[in-house]
Design a protein around this ligand. Sequence first.
Ligand SMILES: [Zn+2]
Ligand SMILES: [Zn+2]
Length: 426
Amino acid sequence: METYGKILLIAMPAFLLLVLGETLYGAWKGKQTVRNLDMISSLSSGITNVTKDVLGLSIAIISYGWLVDKLALVHVQNSILTYIIAFIALDFAGYWVHRLDHEYNFFWNAHIIHHSSEDFNLACALRQSISVVFRIFTIFLLPAALLGVPPMVIAVVAPLHLFAQFWYHTQHINRMGFLEKIIVTPSHHRVHHAINPEYLDKNYGQIFIFWDKWFGTYQEELADKPPVYGITRPVQTWNPIKINFMHLWLMIKDAWHTKNWNDKFRIWIMPTGWRPADVAEKFPVHKINDVYHMQKYDTKASPSLHVWSWVQITMALLFISYLFGNIAPINTLNASYIYVYGLFVFLSVYAYTELMDRNKYAIVWEIIKNSLGIAIILQTGDWFGATALSPFIKYGVGAYFLLSTIVTLWFVMKHAKEDERVMAVA
Ligand SMILES: [Zn+2]
Ligand SMILES: [Zn+2]
């Protein structure tokens, strides 16, 4: 996790620059594909995902190392060939995991976040899951294990394979000639993110497109069917943490409410979106039927809220950068500190995205987050060892906690007044 933290310190600014670059390019071309609050929501989802990964908060039920130990038939010696095999094997596994994520109710919860944006741009790529605790899909790496690809090689290739899925989340690149036949291109992936009936559950490939052609899930982008992005049951929030558990929560409620005992069990393994008949009737869920007339989720936001949301996400990025660069020293202070830090990051994201949603409880979350922050400073007289860098950091961080509480309170009161006025007019 320390190495991954270091990799992210380089990768995060690079991704951020590309995301902002795409926004500027869109403005210059007169074809803007980015909405500010949606972009902040996407980046915030990325923050929660990398924090969770760096903290190592998921457990593989079968480890890849165990698979290789037990099952390797040969050991490919040539190192370049090993890396190529690892890449293709990861892509094969990626296709199937992705397909299961889409096709079954239980697994969809792990992937809903990636499709939750109703825009399609580079930032959307950063919407990645935090809801997986047990990883059961290592089994799809069986081909790599049989060929004896060492776990170290998988560990090196896996982040590269993941990062290589970033670039094609864009509407600014059209068809790419012969490459369309080999790799997943922006055009292929636009189809994947679209909810037009023709495009649903197509193009699961991650790097190579031939898996979709071989396994019957390929669909070309059609000139007369412009993709409409999102999910058919819109999430209607900017809060990535809520989105991550939304589908699971619906299934838990449905399993609880249904009178049919059989349905209580089979809901988990049914195709994505399936609900017991009695609860579907009693507690209907908003669903988009006509994709060409759908209204994208948006919240009324003043220029000051846009600016403030940027201040908040910048602070969150600075906080996680400090964490990722200092995992070992923080760990030597106290082994539980990194988890407290993780909790603080999650509370931060939760609080400011609730404010973006104009939810009045944003102030409650903000107070919880800032109280935790101030308690840490008062308890330890430090911000996770940052005093070693400069004695002023803890005062700066403390001042930010106070400011953040006051500004959020100001916004919540302002929103309440505005909403009152709207009610009065209506
Ligand atoms: Zn997907
Ligand atoms: Zn995608």
